[in-house]
Design a protein around this ligand. Structure first.
Ligand code: NDP
Length: 330
């Protein structure tokens, strides 16, 4: 069926400025890491993208190796773009990345100029695009000089294959260096993509300060800790959940009684705010001014609708934050 985006799509979403740049990102963005592979239901993925866009989610995040198999999410996304979004390219922020294992041999991994430039060319072909809006180096590479990796990002922008560039999983020190090198080359570092959620707060002591100082935005991935910070696992292990269906990145053995006890207590705090835990976990990452966008995943349309409603209540009383901290410290 032909897709006509909702006319009210820009009425409720908030859009936050990404660092010191001119670009605004939706407070909630959608990533295609899981559920857009070749074994996943294509029409279901298509409906999730339509619903996201109808709700004002203008940013879709991909990477060369999302699938499985590697490349499949970009290929499937490209098909959906052509079917449903061909008249809306200028309303979308599409990102991709390279940095993890992609193809055999010494040129399909890490951070060399050779790998990054070839990988982006392949990503563009799979998605049927002339350019991505944001291209990331997906993880730090200790063996390649930062000048080479940043030089590749600079080249990519100057050759019009990406409008902006970002880095992911870099620590505070390497982020400062990367920002400096890129600035000197005339290509500002737009954004950092770190993991951030109630169970993983590594960015709080140093990285956020660096981002504020450098004027770099951030989009935080796995704000729901891959589904743990929801009510998904409170009544057992659902057969269609990531932990059971996939098991590679979130495994039933990570879901211990202790963890469930903490999640239950967080769920009670969420209820006292008239939110679901998924909504509170999303609002919680967005409380930091350095966080431009919460980068969620979803396996059905209802999850996206639920998360977007988090924006109805993103402020926290001091006592609520303290109560959350107390639960997390147990
Ligand atoms: P989340 O922490 O948001 O987890 C998403 C999962 O949580 C969903 O697949 C679903 O799991 C569950 N979920 C979502 N909404 C709800 C809800 N309302 N109620 C109950 N369960 C819900 O994020 P992801 O871990 O998926 O990561 C998001 C994106 O971040 C990725 O797609 C990718 O773009 C990016 N990313 C980047 C990385 C990097 O290195 N830069 C690394 C990892 C991710 P279920 O399938 O069980 O329903």
């Amino acid at each position: 069926m032909t897709y006509t985006p909702s006319e009210s799509r820009y009425n409720t979403m908030s859009y936050n400025r990404c660092g010191n740049s001119g670009l605004k990102l939706p407070a909630i963005s959608l990533g295609l890491w899981h559920n857009w592979g070749d074994k996943d239901n294509f029409e279901k993925g298509r409906m999730m993208l339509r619903k996201a866009f109808d709700l004002g989610i203008t940013h879709f995040d991909l990477a060369n190796n999302y699938g499985p198999p590697y490349g499949a999410a970009e290929r499937n996304f490209g098909k959906i773009l052509k079917l449903d979004f061909s008249n809306h390219r200028d309303e979308l922020i599409i990102s991709s990345k390279a940095g993890w294992d992609m193809w055999p041999g010494p040129y399909g991994n890490y951070g060399s100029r050779k790998y990054l430039i070839a990988s982006l060319d392949q990503s563009l072909e799979r998605m049927g695009l002339d350019y991505v809006d944001i291209f990331y180096h997906h993880r730090p590479d200790p063996a390649t000089p930062l000048e080479e990796t940043m030089g590749a990002l600079d080249h990519i922008v100057k050759s019009s294959k990406a409008l902006y560039v970002g880095i992911s999983q870099y620590n505070a020190e390497d982020t400062t260096q990367a920002a400096k090198i890129l600035r000197e080359m005339g290509t500002p570092l737009l954004i950092h993509q770190p993991r951030y959620n109630m169970f993983d707060r590594w960015i709080e002591p140093d990285l956020l300060k660096v981002l504020a100082k450098e004027g770099v935005g951030s989009i935080v991935f796995s704000p729901l800790a891959q589904g743990l910070l929801t009510d998904r696992y409170l009544k057992g292990l659902p057969a269609d959940s990531r932990a059971v269906k996939d098991g590679r990145f979130l495994n039933p053995k990570h879901i211990t009684d202790n963890k469930l006890n903490v999640i239950r207590q967080l769920n009670t705090i969420a209820k006292s705010r008239n939110q679901t835990l998924a909504q509170m976990a999303t609002a919680w990452v967005l409380r930091m001014p350095e966080v431009t966008s919460a980068l969620i995943g979803a396996s059905n349309v209802g999850q996206i609708e639920e998360i977007v409603e988090a924006l109805n209540n993103t402020s926290f009383a001091g006592e609520e934050l303290e109560a959350i901290d107390r639960v997390l410290m147990k």
